[in-house]
Ligand binder design. Structure first.
Ligand SMILES: Cc1cc2nc3c(=O)[nH]c(=O)nc-3n(C[C@H](O)[C@H](O)[C@H](O)COP(=O)(O)OP(=O)(O)OC[C@H]3O[C@@H](n4cnc5c(N)ncnc54)[C@H](O)[C@@H]3O)c2cc1C
Length: 263
């Protein structure tokens, strides 16, 4: 797909509270993106930041958690107000396999939900492990259930589903099932755990990574990880590439280019 450097203005049509801390903003135009691709969102006068396309197509939307200045301003914008959008960018998930396991932690479900929708629509059997801190923070549970996926809940505090980590539930399902592909997006420590499981079970995986980004098109080097640019080589990487990234789960670059540990 050719890179589109043009920024387009989109008016906000509505903001929906998905959880107490996560919102979806829908925009008045379409965005034809592959599952896992992202856009650069410009909040005028504040900041520009990457966001997965959680609703591709005519109902174009992104789903976000307030992290800093840009998302804080976005969260108080009203229908009719405009933001700028560049993209879609990057390499998304490649939909393969007939029996799929998708593992999402927190806002990671924003990137995975379009993949789940498409995989179910194309006839695959899909298990989704949806992990969150607590019940009220489970993102897109109803959307996944409606699409026809089997949803397995894990919460850190045990308020819904199994108490514990999404990786524990993923291990249980991988050992009991016949999955032929695993997809994930979420905290990097979870991705590292799933990569180990991919190695022990032999089930290949694709994971979407997050790194600080400025240009989104492979020029500025802000999102570099072991010689790869998350913006153009990813954000979705295969287990072959992930297993060679020595910085995975360990360090990332901050906005000034300094190396900092991943919490
Ligand atoms: C490909 C991609 C897709 C993403 N999709 C989503 C999404 O769908 N929903 C969502 O809520 N967030 C998503 N993010 C993360 C989001 O881009 C950051 O939280 C964003 O920078 C927030 O902008 P801000 O101006 O509010 O905060 P900033 O002021 O830019 O940042 C606030 C804090 O978050 C840190 N930070 C910034 N960017 C990142 C990053 N990429 N990874 C880790 N820490 C970061 C900063 O160092 C700072 O400490 C995605 C990131 C990438 C790379």
């Amino acid at each position: 797909m050719p890179i589109d450097n043009g920024i387009r203005a989109f008016a906000i049509t509505e903001q929906i509270d998905e959880t107490p801390t996560i919102r979806t903003v829908h925009l008045d135009g379409s965005m034809h993106a592959q599952p896992g691709q992202f856009v650069m969102v410009w909040v005028p006068g504040k900041d520009e930041f990457p966001m997965s396309v959680s609703y591709p197509g005519e109902l174009f939307g992104i789903t976000y958690k307030v992290a800093g200045e840009g998302t804080r301003h976005l969260s108080v914008m009203k229908p009719g107000e405009k933001i700028g959008v560049r993209g879609p960018y990057g390499k998304g998930y490649s939909i393969e396999g007939e029996s799929i396991l998708a593992v999402a932690g927190g806002t990671g479900m924003a990137a995975l939900a379009p993949m789940v929708d498409l995989a179910v629509a194309s006839g695959a059997s899909v298990d989704v492990v949806l992990g969150a801190r607590t019940q009220s923070e489970l993102l897109f549970r109803t959307r996944c259930e409606r699409s026809g996926a089997a949803v397995h809940i894990t919460t850190d505090d045990g308020s819904d589903g199994s108490k514990g980590l999404a990786t524990d539930k993923a291990r249980e399902l991988l050992e009991a099932g016949d999955h032929d592909m695993m997809y994930t997006c979420g905290p990097e420590r979870m991705i590292v755990g799933l990569l180990e499981l991919s190695g022990t079970t032999g089930v290949p995986m694709q994971a979407s990574l997050e790194r600080y980004m400025k240009c989104g098109i492979g020029i500025c080097d802000s999102c570099a990880i072991d010689g790869k640019h998350v913006c153009v080589d990813g954000p979705v990487f295969s287990h072959e590439v992930l297993s060679k990234l020595s910085d995975l789960g360990r360090t990332r670059l901050n906005p000034s280019g300094g190396r900092i540990p991943i919490e």
